[in-house]
Design a protein around this ligand. Sequence first.
Ligand SMILES: [Ca+2]
Length: 286
Amino acid sequence: MKQMGCVLALLVMVAVSSPAATLTFVATGPVAPGLSPLNENPPHPESNGTGTALITWDTVTNVMTVNAVFSGLTTKTTAAHIHCCISPPGNAGVATTVPFFPGFPIGVTSGTYAHTFDMLNLGSYNPAFLAANGGTAASAAAVLLAGIQKGQAYFNIHTVMFGGGEMRGFLAVPVDVSIKPGSAQPPINTRSRGTIPVAIISTSSFNAVTAVDTTSLTFGRTGTEHSLGFCNSGGEDINGDGLPDLICHFETELTGFNSGDILAILMGKTIQGAVLVGQQAIRTVP
Ligand SMILES: [Ca+2]
């Protein structure tokens, strides 16, 4: 019976640790969190637009979902797409449906959007992107997904005033972080000359200790601050789930936190090149 129990436990573990079929990405950066006019090239600081976008891609079915929320645009929306493939802060052509995502709220300055796409359907692509990437939906899907995974795709909302895009965010893989592990809303002393420990939490499909390119990590008020001191060698299980987590230490002076900040952002890459982003609420002291 004991052996049977072990076998069952192993089967459960195998089921849990098999590669996830659904990949999740959030739009953020390279300058500001989420969808932001500051992420455009050139940036549009005169816009107060804000928003978020969440993309999922099922690697078995090639179904992509797009969820977006936006507000505060200067003028009415004219289009929204995913553009690919270029490293930030570059500008690339439209990969997805033109003139805009089917059903996207057009002619408004705020709205929400949720849609499911079959990425093996030609209609899910800009014909120019298809032509440049093998001419079939399958070849275009492979290029687009690879571009997204390498951090070379961005979600862009276009308006009357900013035809090339009023706000955008590059797609990145969300990770769980724990700042000053053990603190629910960690206090950050903005005048400290010390370091802030940040744990990147492993999951059954993501081993932070072996997967993260530690030299790529940036952390602070926008997520782009080069504040890394060092990472602990080996992992430490800080949340008691049996999986070792990666713990790195960042120089407070270089994180850019100001008194009153409420959010800390960590960005980086995996050794394979996928862009990672994690965020957690903080409070500043004194
Ligand atoms: Ca853990």
